[in-house]
Design a protein around this ligand. Structure first.
Ligand code: GLP
Length: 251
């Protein structure tokens, strides 16, 4: 089958994560050398874990500093405080930020506790902060079973921006074990939009394991459609899929 964007298939997730982490470290160094902070868009979920482990390793080896890195996370569950163990803020602290030299003021994650009256302004301010930082140099993505990037569930328009989104039943089901039951999974989230994500200058989507093989094939070889928001990446000038052999098995 022909894919409409570059796909790199690795023997396993560690090899893929190591390669990408080295590429991102080189990008951060070259942007910092040019005299400005590097702006990274970050993702959560199980998929980025080996990648974050590699970034931490590079940091410990003295090959990557986050002192001049600014980050924007894709999304956050609505209704969860930052100290809730399943909040994406807690996840990022545990899996990356707590292990590297990033200044706390450089970290941006939507606030899951923002009230309905402030929600629109909060989302607009998030977009404005990305613009003020100069836009996202590199955006990391996983892919959900519904083909979503961030929390852009089926029906999310190509031009969508940071906003409140309703989680798909499949997405909530996938999150249920971590929350100790479906009834504890939030129904809404704040997510960067497809339009926000597609403005990143470079994008890497990671996927591991056979459970992702079908949706990866659809995103890469199916029609560009808002029913599979990852398919919008087909039209991006610098997006690459990093897969292990299982996630790439249906290509
Ligand atoms: C959630 C996140 C996505 C992530 C997806 C897949 O929906 N908002 O950013 O890509 O889960 O999760 P996992 O990597 O655990 O398969």
């Amino acid at each position: 089958m022909t894919e409409s964007l570059p796909v790199r298939i690795f023997p396993d997730r560690t090899a893929a994560s190591r390669t990408l982490a080295e590429e991102v470290a080189a990008l951060v160094r070259s942007i910092n050398d040019s005299g400005r902070p590097a702006v990274l868009g970050l993702a959560t979920g199980r998929t980025p874990l080996p990648f974050y482990a590699e970034l931490i390793r590079l940091h410990r080896e003295g090959k990557l500093s986050f002192a001049r890195v600014v980050t924007f996370n894709l999304d956050e569950y609505l209704g969860l405080p930052g100290n809730h163990p399943e909040s994406y803020r807690a996840f990022m602290q545990k899996e990356l930020f707590g292990h590297v030299d990033i200044p706390v003021e450089n970290i941006h994650i939507p606030d899951g506790m923002v009230g309905p009256a402030e929600l629109e302004a909060h989302c607009a301010a998030y977009e404005e902060a990305i613009r003020a930082a100069g836009g996202i140099d590199f955006q990391l993505l996983g892919i959900g079973r519904t083909g979503h990037i961030g929390f852009n569930e089926p029906g999310s328009p190509r031009e969508s921006r940071t906003r409140r989104v309703e989680l798909d039943p499949i997405t909530r089901q996938d999150a249920a074990p971590a929350f100790g039951g479906l009834e504890h999974v939030p129904e809404y989230a704040i997510s960067m939009g497809c339009g926000t994500i597609l403005e990143a200058r470079r994008i890497a989507l990671l996927a591991w394991g056979s459970a992702k093989a079908g949706i990866v094939r659809e995103a890469l070889t199916g029609p560009v459609t808002d029913q599979v928001s990852a398919s919008f990446l087909q039209d991006h000038a610098d997006a690459t899929f990093y897969l292990d052999s299982e996630a790439g098995a249906e290509l």
